[in-house]
Design a protein around this ligand. Structure first.
Ligand SMILES: [Zn+2]
Length: 366
């Protein structure tokens, strides 16, 4: 390969059967959604709009709901979408009325709303534990990054990221409940709402979220706003890698994020081992770099690890990826080993400038 960028993008030993289809069986839900909408909305054009709107929302949540929950979630989403259409019409009608009679606008609704929201936020914050609240505020308000927070708290960055994720999930639930100004009708509601809010599919199954959504009006109603939150960046942790201790930190972090993503114990070990090897390479050959661990959702859920360094680079990537080629004097698995442990593996190296390794492990379905 000689000079310049030596590039190797190798999709290593793919697991049997390509599961990269992406969207699960949302299409199979269409007839059911059509029936639900058709029973309530007679205008065919409006009905088709509502069916599509429902599917868009369900697709947006696919990565965060347990597969068994897809159908119940589609049902309550269709109902929510229809309900909000009626509200929309209602609002429209009222506004038309306001245009006709020329009274000065009613007391500023927006101020009232803002006050309600503020009250809801403080009530929701009040429901968090002191430590949760302090960590969240330090992160959101004073912009302390996860690594600095981890040092303050004597935790690993991955554990802090996981805690922040849980805290935000709780905050969203408590906020919506505070806006509703209602205590949930059953003691199952909070666990179900939390599992939805955190996108925790295993937990959704454990608490029977699918069934509960169909039985509980409150949770059915709140499922929409809980699932429609934008993609937040609390699924990514960055670990500077410089000394041996950072290797341990990188390994812990990836374990914690991969656990949250739903990987099995076996996969956790494989992923953590691969990250160890890559981080070890940075310490040994480049002495300065970083490992970024991220939960990804495209085309399906997985863990992506990007390791960058500003070291000497690898002159011949192909050769470095070959078993038996060792610059490590027999220690460790190195690049070929890490490649075999992950589903996707790519190395980009520029001699004299550094190396970037990108590797991904996908969650098996089921
Ligand atoms: Zn409920």
């Amino acid at each position: 390969m000689g000079t310049g960028a030596a590039v190797s993008a190798a999709a290593s030993a793919d697991a049997p059967g390509d599961r990269s289809g992406g969207a699960p069986d949302v299409a199979a839900l269409i007839p059911m959604v059509r029936r639900i909408v058709g029973a309530r909305v007679t205008d065919p054009t409006a009905a088709e709009d509502l069916v599509q709107e429902t599917l868009v929302r369900v697709l947006g949540a696919v990565d965060r709901v347990d597969p068994d929950m897809l159908e119940p979630y589609a049902i309550v989403t269709a109902r929510n979408v229809i309900a909000s259409m009626w509200q929309e019409k209602d609002r429209h009608r009222r506004n038309q009325h306001r245009v006709v009679d020329l009274r000065p606008p009613a007391p500023p609704d927006e101020d009232l709303l803002a006050a309600e929201e503020r009250a809801a936020v403080s009530q929701a914050l009040g429901r968090l534990g002191r430590r949760e609240r302090d960590t969240l505020i330090a992160h959101e308000v004073t912009q302390r990054d996860t690594r600095a927070l981890a040092a303050d708290l004597g935790m690993s960055p991955g554990a802090v990221a996981a805690q922040l994720h849980r805290t935000r999930a709780r905050l969203r639930v408590e906020y919506l409940l505070a806006l509703e100004q209602a205590e949930p009708p059953s003691d199952r509601c909070r666990p179900v709402l939390l599992a939805l809010s955190g996108g925790d599919r295993r937990r959704q199954r454990e608490v029977g979220a699918a069934r509960h959504l169909l039985e509980c009006d409150l949770c059915a109603r709140l499922s929409g706003p809980l699932m429609e939150r934008g993609q937040q960046r609390d699924d990514e942790v960055r670990i500077p890698v410089h000394v041996d201790a950072d290797i341990v930190l990188a390994r812990q972090t990836v374990r914690e994020l991969a656990t949250r993503a739903g990987f099995t114990a076996t996969d956790l070990t494989l992923i953590a081992t691969a990250v160890s090897e890559i981080a070890r390479n940075i310490v040994r050959f480049a002495s300065q770099g970083e490992v970024v661990v991220e939960i990804v959702d495209e085309p399906r859920r997985g863990i992506q690890v990007v390791a960058r360094d500003t070291g000497p680079g690898i002159a011949d990537v192909e050769q470095a990826l070959t078993d038996g080629f060792s610059t490590y004097h027999g220690l460790g698995l190195g690049l070929p080993g890490a490649r075999r442990l992950m589903d996707e593996f790519a190395v980009l190296s520029e001699p004299g400038r550094g190396t970037t390794v990108t590797m991904t492990k996908w969650l098996q379905k089921g």
